[in-house]
Design a protein around this ligand. Structure first.
Ligand SMILES: Nc1ncnc2c1ncn2[C@@H]1O[C@H](COP(=O)(O)OP(=O)(O)OP(=O)(O)O)[C@@H](O)[C@H]1O
Ligand SMILES: [Mg+2]
Length: 249
C-alpha cells in the first residue's frame, strides 16, 4: 500500500523542500520504503537526495521535471518501485491555480507550509482557498493540513500566524522552529530525524506528530474482534474494497 503526500505552497521559500526531505528522512528512519517525486525544476530535493550517505536507508528519487529518455514513456519514468510505502511529492513555487489543482490531484494528504510573515500569510490564504474551492479538497477529512514553519515562539508574527491558521479550520499538523538543524541536515542529505537527538531537540516530537497525522486515518487500524462481529458478518457481505486503500505512485 502506498500513500502519496504532496507538499505545496506557490509561495517561494515557505519550506516545501525542507518538509518533503524531512518527511522522507523520517520515513526512512522508521523503516518505511519511501520515494521522492521532485516536481520542481530547481531540483533542490533531488540535489538533497544525491547528498544522502550510502550507509543510510535508501530513498528512491524521481526527477519528474526531467524529460524521460527517448525510448521511455513518461508514465514509466514516473513509476516508483512496487514495494514503495510512502511517496512524497515536492512541488515548485509560483504554481498557477491550474498547476496547483493538477499537483494535488492524486494526493492522499496535502501539507502546506506557512511562514510567519504578512506576505506568507496572505499567500497561504489564497493557496488554501484554491485547494478547498478549485481542487475541491474536503476540509473535514483530515486530507489537508498546514505546518507553521520557521517560527520563533512568542513573537508578534508567531501569534498572528497561529490566529490565522486557527481561523482556517484546517488542522495545524506541526509547528517547526527556525533552527540551524534543518540547514545542517539539508547539507548532509538527511533530515532532523536522522540527526543525533541532542542536535534535533524538540523537533523530533513534531515529526512524530506529522507521521501520525498522515497515517492515522488512512491505515486500517488493527483491533480486537468484538463479540457481535460474527453475527454482523453473517448479515452483511464483507466490504473488501472499502478497507483496501491502494494508490499508484
Ligand atoms: N524550520 C526551518 N529552520 C531553519 N531554516 C529553514 C527551515 N525551513 C526552511 N528553512 C530554510 O529556508 C530556505 C527555504 O526553504 P525551502 O527550500 O525548503 O523552501 P521551498 O518552499 O522549497 O522554496 P522554493 O519555493 O524555492 O522551492 C532553505 O534555505 C531552508 O534551509
Ligand atoms: Mg523547494
Amino acid at each position: 500500500m502506498s500513500l502519496r503526500i504532496v507538499v505545496v505552497n506557490p509561495k517561494g521559500g515557505s519550506g516545501k523542500t525542507t518538509i518533503a526531505s524531512n518527511l522522507l528522512s523520517a520515513y526512512a528512519k522508521a523503516g518505511r520504503r519511501a520515494a521522492l517525486i521532485d516536481r520542481d525544476r530547481q531540483g533542490s530535493a533531488t540535489r538533497w537526495l544525491r547528498q544522502r550517505p550510502a550507509s543510510l536507508p535508501p530513498i528512491h528519487g524521481i526527477a519528474a521535471y526531467e524529460e524521460p529518455p527517448a525510448n521511455v514513456t513518461r508514465t514509466f519514468a514516473m513509476m516508483v518501485p512496487p514495494d514503495t510505502e510512502r511517496v512524497v511529492v515536492d512541488t515548485a513555487a509560483a504554481l498557477s491555480r491550474h498547476e496547483l489543482v493538477d499537483a494535488v490531484r492524486n494526493a492522499d494528504k496535502i501539507l502546506v507550509p506557512v511562514l510567519p510573515s504578512d506576505i506568507d500569510i496572505h499567500a497561504a490564504t489564497r493557496c488554501i482557498g484554491d485547494l478547498l474551492v478549485h481542487a475541491k479538497v474536503p476540509r473535514g477529512q483530515a486530507k489537508l493540513g498546514v505546518i507553521a514553519n520557521r517560527v520563533k515562539r512568542n513573537t508578534v508574527m508567531y501569534h498572528a500566524l497561529m490566529r490565522f491558521l486557527d481561523s482556517l479550520g484546517v488542522p495545524i499538523v506541526a509547528v517547526l522552529r527556525d533552527v540551524q538543524a534543518y540547514v545542517r541536515a539539508a547539507e548532509m542529505g538527511v533530515g532532523v530525524s536522522e540527526l543525533r537527538a541532542s542536535e534535533a531537540g524538540p523537533e523530533l516530537r513534531q515529526w512524530r506528530g506529522i507521521l501520525r497525522w498522515i497515517d492515522d486515518d488512512l491505515l486500517p487500524q488493527p483491533r480486537m474482534p468484538r463479540p457481535d462481529d460474527r453475527s454482523r458478518r453473517e448479515q452483511t457481505p464483507p466490504a473488501r474494497g472499502h478497507l483496501r486503500i491502494v494508490r499508484n505512485g
